[in-house]
Design a protein around this ligand. Structure first.
Ligand SMILES: C[S@@+](CC[C@H](N)C(=O)[O-])C[C@H]1O[C@@H](n2cnc3c(N)ncnc32)[C@H](O)[C@@H]1O
Length: 258
């Protein structure tokens, strides 16, 4: 608990980023990932394998952009640094341990960005969505973009914030959380280079008898082609969130999303 408090306080973040719970969520993800290291390892290995295979297929290796880089558990960072001239790590929150580690890697640049593009709009500072990837999408040297288990995370902080601010919510489109996911997919399709998409797409909750108690579409209805590969990620095994309930996320990997 003390480590989590320290990390939260030591993480530089804009006020709205913190208010949306993104710092708290990054710290919680770090802690849960440590507790569930073994259960999550196959998911991380599969993500890293997909990325490694995509990297091997590319004819050029100038810049790579990792969207939702976070703790980089699902990314073969050493390989990216070896093969690419520049590695851009894009996330709303870069925890202190990532900032420290990246200081030793001269090819890596950390970009702190809201990839929904709507945080300023929520706060009333912007009149609409700001394109979060305009500069990167127009850079012809970006040979690879990896959306790294980010997509499903784009909707819920916005949804929670709107629930807590009903007056402001009334002035904004009702489907804004789902739109954040749809916009992300549109953003990915704009890149000229290769785009690899890794994302959980469905949550399934089961009790100890194996009975499905709940299912949730994490894509919020977004139209996606069939993934090239899919697997289960035990995000919350029995005892993590609830003693007699486990939460499994179905993950998809699209090697050439565009
Ligand atoms: C499930 S985590 C995956 C992190 C990373 N790929 C890993 O495996 O360590 C989702 C990531 O998306 C980031 N994220 C969530 N909402 C975001 C937003 N609006 N803009 C940018 N990043 C966001 C979180 O900070 C977090 O690092």
């Amino acid at each position: 608990m003390l480590a989590e408090l320290f990390l939260s306080l030591a993480t530089p973040a804009a006020r709205m980023t913190r208010r949306l719970g993104l710092v708290a969520e990054s710290v919680a993800l770090w802690a849960r990932g440590n507790r569930q290291r073994r259960a999550w390892a196959p998911h991380h290995e599969r993500c890293r394998a997909v990325v490694s295979e995509v990297v091997a297929e590319l004819p050029q290796h100038r810049k790579v952009a990792v969207l939702g880089s976070g703790l980089l558990r699902d990314i073969p960072l050493d390989l990216l640094c070896e093969r690419f001239e520049q590695v851009l790590l894009v996330d709303a929150v870069h925890l202190p341990q990532i900032r420290l580690r990246m200081r030793l890697l001269p090819k890596v640049r950390l970009l702190t960005r809201d990839l929904t593009g709507v945080i300023g709009w929520l706060a009333g500072e912007e009149g609409g969505r700001v394109d979060p990837l305009a500069d990167l999408a127009s850079d012809p040297a970006v040979d690879l973009v990896i959306s790294a288990n980010l997509m499903s995370q784009l909707a819920w902080p916005v949804e929670d914030w709107l629930d807590d601010h009903p007056a402001r919510a009334g002035q904004l489109p009702a489907d804004l959380p789902a739109q954040c996911i749809a916009w992300h997919l549109t953003d990915l399709r704009r890149f000229g280079g290769r785009v690899a998409l890794l994302s959980d797409v469905e949550m399934i909750e089961r009790d100890r008898t194996g009975t499905v108690i709940d299912r949730l579409d994490l894509t919020r209805g977004a139209a996606l082609p069939d993934p090239d590969e899919s697997w289960d990620w035990p995000v919350a095994p029995f005892g993590e969130a609830e003693r007699d309930r486990e939460s499994i996320h179905r993950v998809g990997a699209w090697r050439d999303f565009r």
